[in-house]
Design a protein around this ligand. Structure first.
Ligand SMILES: Nc1ncnc2c1ncn2[C@@H]1O[C@H](COP(=O)(O)OP(=O)(O)O)[C@@H](O)[C@H]1O
Ligand SMILES: N[C@@H](CCC(=O)OP(=O)(O)O)C(=O)O
Length: 377
């Protein structure tokens, strides 16, 4: 597999190298490997834990607290320290980084989801490495991921990564927790659509006193990411060069093949999400453009119905006939009402802002009718 966009998640257990404090030698090794990967032409996003560990170090806090406000307080102290370290180390290799803090609520609300995606895309476009963590200080029980494994899988799905690497303190997923049984055996490759029940049964929690979630949350993450077309590898972060080997398809750690390819995954999402949100009616010229593989522009829209938001999946119809396509709209219904029949160059003047020329970008469109035309003339 030729990977182009890779999300690397590094856990506290890796960043602390088995100790209680962030290990600068470990972080610099990791940063160096990430820079090598990026400088070989691969787009990289880093999901990094370690804020709580860095906060504990700053305050001399002995144990990982169970009390959530205490964890949040430690994360608030540690996050800027962690970022300062990353910034300094990445600068050695002339790479720029950006901090992105997210909660689950940011990715379940469609508008915030799209905004998070646009920001990440813009950073990648600028050749900046996004360093993502949970926004622990505001993440209450109902809105938090609680673990960065699930967060990294959501990010991989959000930006349609080809590969998610979960770096931890074990060589991969074993048939028993290797901390408890040194004879535990490593799972090599999982190609079946479902993660085998014996693997779920073998996955335990975190016992290190620095990590969150253990192997259970890594399997949840693998399950989620592979359904959006992303391969997943769980491997040891103690040898950061593993990152380069994994991307070169060497058999390192535990590999999970993607269940769907990215196009199928996106199509499925659009087709299931489009039910009942709203409709965009288009003219014959726009229908022909869509059939020819172009995006939908405002000039081809004749009518809008329903009360949908930017980021919702909607149905596209021509005349009174059946659906032409389903797709994710970049503009809310109330905006489209104003844009009907206008040139894309007028969007900013009419709305006072723009999310781009396309109402539905080609990549977010699934054609229902690709051969027969519905519109007359
Ligand atoms: N089946 C298993 N295979 C490997 N590790 C396991 C398994 N079950 C539980 N674990 C535990 O998961 C831990 C890694 O998860 P965690 O402590 O959350 O680290 P991280 O900070 O990397 O997310 C390991 O140290 C190990 O004790
Ligand atoms: N957001 C927290 C980490 C949460 C988490 O999932 O930790 P880990 O299991 O070490 O990846 C922090 O920065 O400390």
């Amino acid at each position: 597999m030729n990977y182009q966009r890779v999300v690397i998640k590094v856990g506290s257990s890796t960043l602390t190298a088995g100790g209680r404090h962030i290990s600068p030698p470990r972080v610099i090794d990791l940063v160096k490997a990430i820079c090598q990967l990026k400088q070989s032409g691969i787009q990289v996003l880093l999901v990094s834990s370690g804020a709580i560990a860095a906060g504990r170090e700053a305050l001399g806090y002995p144990e990982l607290p169970k009390f959530i406000p205490a964890k949040q307080m430690l994360a608030a102290i540690g996050q800027p320290r962690l970022m300062e370290m990353y910034e300094r180390f990445f600068a050695i290799y002339e790479e720029k980084v950006a901090q992105v803090l997210l909660t689950r609520a940011d990715l379940t609300d469609r508008r915030r989801y799209l905004n998070a995606r646009s920001t990440l895309e813009a950073l990648i476009h600028q050749s900046v490495i996004p360093i993502i963590n949970e926004n622990d200080t505001v993440a209450t029980e109902e809105i938090r991921f609680g673990d960065n494994d699930n967060l990294s899988a959501q990010v991989a799905s959000l930006i349609e990564a080809d590969l998610l690497i979960l770096l931890t303190d074990q060589d991969g997923v074993y048939d028993q927790d290797p901390r408890r049984n040194p004879h535990a055996r490593l799972f090599g490759r999982i190609e079946s659509a479902e993660i085998p029940p014996e693997m779920w049964a073998a996955a335990g929690g975190s016992v290190s006193g620095v990590g969150t979630g253990g192997m259970i949350t890594k399997l949840q993450a693998a399950d989620l990411a592979r359904r959006s077309g992303c391969a997943v590898v769980v491997a040891s972060g103690s040898v950061p060069l593993n990152i380069l080997r994994i991307v070169n398809n060497e058999p390192i750690g535990t590999y999970f093949s993607p269940v769907l390819n990215k196009i199928e995954a996106r199509k499925r999402y659009i087709l299931t999400a489009a039910k009942g949100n709203g409709q965009i009616y288009i003219d014959a010229g726009a229908e022909l453009a869509l059939i020819r593989g172009r995006s939908l522009l405002p000039i081809g829209i004749t009518k809008v119905s329903g009360d949908f938001e930017r980021g919702d999946a909607v149905e596209v119809l021509c005349g009174k006939a059946s659906s032409v396509a389903m797709g994710i709209t970049n503009y809310a219904a109330r905006d489209l009402e104003k844009l009907i029949g206008h040139q894309s160059t007028e969007i900013e003047t009419i709305l006072g802002y723009t999310y781009g020329d396309e109402v539905i970008h080609r990549n977010n469109l699934v054609m229902i009718q690709s051969i027969e035309r519905n519109c007359n003339g």
